[in-house]
Design a protein around this ligand. Structure first.
Ligand SMILES: [Ca+2]
Ligand SMILES: [Ca+2]
Ligand SMILES: [Ca+2]
Ligand SMILES: [Ca+2]
Length: 680
């Protein structure tokens, strides 16, 4: 039942997203079956959409499920050899450990792409390459399903799977590095292609050497929101939009924001009044002298690495290439400090009517990224913007406004963790005309205090559901609203047009809630907010919260809870809701979600997407509590259990690969009873 409900939610979301791209394909098609024009540009120019067939996808839905022998035009390189991609299904040709079904049909007769066994001593690379695609829009992304299972428990090597874009001028850029931990099931991920100006081929690589057993497979790809703007029906752009030279309309707020939304640069022309820095020719007026011993570097991917896919952001934002330059910081070879800064020169005071506005793009990838903050430095330092942890393998757009009544500096602060890979990059910083250089010297500001160290330096004691400090300050910013500072433990990790914010309704009664609001990100993805690393947790650990999806529309949106495992990555959805809880705001529903025993540290995540963001629609969460989550908490109760009522004392181990759920069906106890079975 739960699965059916989740599928329904999934399709509602897909429909919302597809509406956007369907608009782009509703052209008066020409009859051009003989020589298709405008091939592989994500727009059906021909009546029968023949111009969008075998482009790595099939039009008009831009999906490839590998059920057709033509593989949507994807080709294996090499075609024969010691290691290669093949179109497969469950059968004799695959090792017993391979996917037992494809993703699309969920049956053993469905098809997918999988690699063969390695039959060579030297490391071998198998490449799966798409046909040439004409170009892509800034919002272009590829949602796909992948399978990485270390059947031989021999380790898969560092890079069993990654994705890149090869432009026709030969330049190559890494665009996707999925969680490569072993998991016997299909996982979903998104490759953020972004704006690619010229013809390109998408490539999926797998590199392994003999002795490294295991399975790597790919299925069901969907290209989303990849078309450039198409001409409006009237041929004119309506209010709030600007006209692109190559046709089509772009929202006014996308003008002069450092992204080519038109596809011909129209919206990024005549932006001289701004102070923009793409970091191609220098640092502009940014000053990389750091307050800490760790330093930001001005670099590009070619300088970081072209041979190790896990190193660096892969590409810059300005040109989406490996030769484009940006600012970057990663874990130093020797332990210096775990934070670093860079800053603007002194800027003149601003006010509400003439604020200083900043647009920037950040790449926070891998667990080395501990988060990025923007601070105002005047007499004091104070934060005005913060984005936690790792956000994925993409450039995320952000906007910050500065209203400061004295001379100030903009200060970027990055937190760096001691983890295997990742880093933080910044590119394309655009400052509005309201940001004016000041001749005045800065007052000597006190250095920002490093993050509060609770009583313990042992970070594994922070947020482990057990108070080690006398005042419990090791547990008081972990996301549990019972603590005065608890709600501040939730950090927004949104990358799209909606994000989470905290609203404090009453400071005295401590009435506050997390809610979904508009955000400057370019992706049409869900708003996400996460706790710090929690746990490990015990067998009865439960997440308690109240939620509210209210407004006039019967479908306000979706809300879900996820667990992000520190080793395994994002786990299947734990709880979700779609629709509306009530018409009027101020009414709440209470929910308890079973989290259970988890051996690894993990983060809890709320995800939501409002159908329409308006003042009459609200998605909110409050009163978040972690109940009996300590592993030291031993539940009392009857151990015998016949599964008729609930899970009794048989708490499932959340770290295995299967989720045990109560299913209605035949079992041994009574006919038409409930049976526990693998929910695979
Ligand atoms: Ca086309
Ligand atoms: Ca398939
Ligand atoms: Ca733009
Ligand atoms: Ca750049």
């Amino acid at each position: 039942m739960k699965t059916g409900f989740m599928a329904a939610c999934f399709w509602i979301l897909v429909c919302v997203l597809l509406n956007v791209c369907q608009r782009a394909v509703a052209l008066d098609g020409k009859d051009c079956s003989s020589s298709p024009e405008n091939r592989c540009d994500f727009i059906c120019d021909c009546k029968d959409c023949s111009d969008e067939q075998d482009c790595g996808y099939l039009g008009p839905k831009f999906v490839c499920d590998f059920e057709h022998e033509g593989k949507c035009g994807w080709t294996a390189k090499p075609a024969e050899g010691a290691y290669m991609w093949q179109r497969q299904r469950r059968g004799k040709t695959l090792p017993d450990s391979g996917p037992s079904s494809d993703y699309t049909t969920g049956t053993s007769t469905g098809w997918f792409m999988a690699v063969t066994a390695v039959t060579s001593d030297a490391p071998q690379t198998a490449i799966l390459e798409s046909p040439t695609i004409k170009h892509s829009s800034p919002t272009c992304r590829l949602r796909l399903r992948y399978f990485i299972w270390d059947s031989g428990h021999t380790g898969m090597g560092e890079t069993p799977l990654w994705g890149s874009v090869r432009q026709t001028d030969g330049e190559q850029a890494v665009v996707w590095r999925p969680e490569s931990s072993s998991f016997r099931g299909w996982r979903e991920d998104v490759i953020y292609l972004g704006r690619i100006t010229g013809p390109f081929n998408m490539q999926l690589h797998s590199r392994r050497s003999e002795g490294k057993q295991g399975d790597v497979a790919i299925d069901h790809m969907e290209f989303l929101d990849c078309a450039l703007p198409v001409p409006s029906e009237s041929g004119k752009c309506t209010g709030g939009f600007v006209q692109c030279k190559r046709d089509g309309c772009v929202e006014e707020y996308k003008v002069c924001d450092g992204t080519d939304d038109c596809g011909d640069g129209t919206d990024e022309e005549n932006c001289e009044q701004n102070n923009s820095c793409n970091f191609e020719d220098g640092l502009c007026w940014w000053d990389l002298r750091s307050m800490a011993s760790l330093k930001w570097t001005w670099t590009d991917q070619m300088n970081i690495s072209l041979s190790e896919p896990l190193k660096g952001p892969g590409r810059d934002h300005s040109s989406n290439t490996a030769s484009g330059r940006f600012l970057y910081v990663t874990k130093p070879n020797f332990t210096a400090s775990d934070w670093t800064t860079f800053q603007s020169p002194p800027l003149a005071p601003t006010n509400e009517t003439h604020p200083c506005r900043m647009v920037m793009y950040t790449h926070q990838f891998g667990r080395v990224s501990g988060g990025l903050s923007v601070l105002v430095a005047e007499r004091q330092f104070y934060p005005v913007w913060r984005r936690g942890g790792a956000l994925g393998d993409l450039w995320v757009k952000a906007e910050v406004e500065f209203v400061v009544n004295s001379t100030f500096q903009i200060l970027f602060v990055a937190a760096i963790r001691d983890q295997p890979y990742g880093g933080i990059a910044v590119d394309d910083i655009v400052l509005s005309p309201g940001c004016i250089l000041s001749n005045e010297s800065m007052p000597q500001a006190g250095y920002p205090k490093p993050p509060d160290h609770p009583c313990t330096k042992d970070s594994s004691k922070i947020c482990d559901f057990h108070e080690d400090c006398t005042n419990g300050e090791d547990e008081d910013q972990c996301g549990d609203f019972s603590y005065a500072k608890g709600s501040s433990g939730w950090t927004d990790t949104s990358i799209g047009s909606q994000a989470w914010d905290l609203k404090v309704v009453n400071t005295i009664s401590k009435e506050e809630f997390l809610f979904v609001t508009a955000a400057p990100g370019q992706q049409l993805s869900e708003a996400q907010t996460r706790t710090p690393l929690l746990g490990p947790s015990g067998p009865v650990c439960t997440l308690q919260f109240s939620y509210s999806l209210t407004g006039t529309n019967p479908h306000i949106g979706e809300l879900a809870v996820y667990v992000v495992d520190s080793v395994m990555g994002t786990q299947p959805v734990l709880w979700d809701f779609a629709g509306r809880t009530n018409e009027t705001t101020g009414t709440w529903r209470k929910e308890e979600v079973y989290v259970g025993a988890r051996d690894h540290r993990f983060q809890l995540e709320f995800r939501a997407r409002a159908k329409d963001l308006s003042s009459s629609a609200l998605i909110a969460v409050k009163d978040v509590h972690f109940v009996d989550c300590s592993p030291m908490f031993i539940p009392s109760g009857d151990i015998s259990c016949n599964f008729e009522v609930n899970m009794c004392g048989w708490y499932q181990d959340q770290t295995d690969n299967y989720n045990w759920k109560l299913h209605s069906g035949m079992d041994h106890t009574v006919q038409d009873g409930q049976d526990t079975s693998d929910d695979e």
